[in-house]
Design a protein around this ligand. Sequence first.
Ligand code: ASP
Length: 319
Amino acid sequence: MSKATVVIAYILLIAGIATAQPGERPAYALVVHGGAGAISKDMPDSIEANYRAGLNAALDAGEAVLASGGAAEDAVVAAIVVLENDPLFNAGRGAVLNAEGAAELDVSLMRGSDKACGAAAAIRTVKNPITLARAIMERSPHVFFAAEGAERFAEASGLEIVDPEYFVTERRREAWRRREAEDAKGTVGAVALDRDGNLAAGTSTGGTSFKTPGRVGDSPVIGAGTYADNATCAVSSTGHGELFIRNVVAFRIAALMAFANLSLDDAANEVVRKLLAPGDGGVIAVDARGNVATPFNTEGMFRGAAIAGNERTIAIWNP
Ligand code: ASP
C-alpha cells in the first residue's frame, strides 16, 4: 500500500466511514433493544413508526459518543437514557406497573475492560435509572443497591430525583385499572464496542406488569440480564426474567465463548434457541471483534444496530 493510501484509509477509519473488511474490527459498534415478546405484526403503522423512531434516537445518542471516540459505557448510558425517557418502552417513564399500581425499576451496567459494574433494583424515584447504575459502578465500592438505600445513594450522587408518579403514563394506568396483564415487552438495553476495543452492556426495565412488589427480574442481575468482558462479549437480555436468572443467560454466552471456543453467534444461538424455550425472550450481543448477534425466540424483538462502515439497521420481526 502506498503512503497516500495508508493515510486516506486512516482518515476514513477515524471518520468512522471506512467499510470494514470481513474479519476486520469495525471502528465501533452499538446495538440497542427495546424488549422481546409477543409483538403482533398487525401493529398499526403509526405505532411501529414510533418504536422505530425511539430505537433510531437511541442509536443516534449512543453513536454520537462512539463516533467521537467516547467510551463504550458512555454510549450505552446515552442510548438507554433516550429509551428510558421514551414512554413507549417499559423502562423509566412508561414502565409497566406492579400489582399495587406503582413503577418499580431495575437496572444494570457493566464495563468489559475491568468488569466494573453497577446495578439497582426496585427503584421508584430516580428519573434515569441507568445513571444510577453508572454512579454505583463509578462512585461506590459496591455493585448492587436496592430500594431506599439505592435512592439515597442516587440523591447523594446528585442524580435527578422525581416523584414516583413521573413514571406512570395514562396508557399504563389504564391497563392497570382494567387489570390487563400486558406482555412485559419494552425492556431496554444496549451493548457497545468502542474505538479502543472496550465493551460495555446495560439493561433497564420496569419488569413484568402486575409483579408482586419487591419482585426483581434478571435485568439488574449481573450475569443474567447484563454482562460485559473484553475477553468475550457484551450482552443485554430481555424476556422472562426468572428463566434468564436460572440459566445465567448473559454470562453463559460469554462462558461458551471462553470455555467452549464458540463464536459469538453460535454461543448466543445455543443459549437463546437451544437452552431457552420458544417465547422466553432474546439477547443483543457484541464481541471484541465487532461481531453482533441478536437472537430471540419470541414473535419479535425491537432492536437496532449502528456499526461503523455499515448501514444502520432497525428491525422488529424476523425477516
Ligand atoms: N427481563 C425483564 C424482567 O423479567 C422483562 C423483560 O425483559 O421484558 O424483569
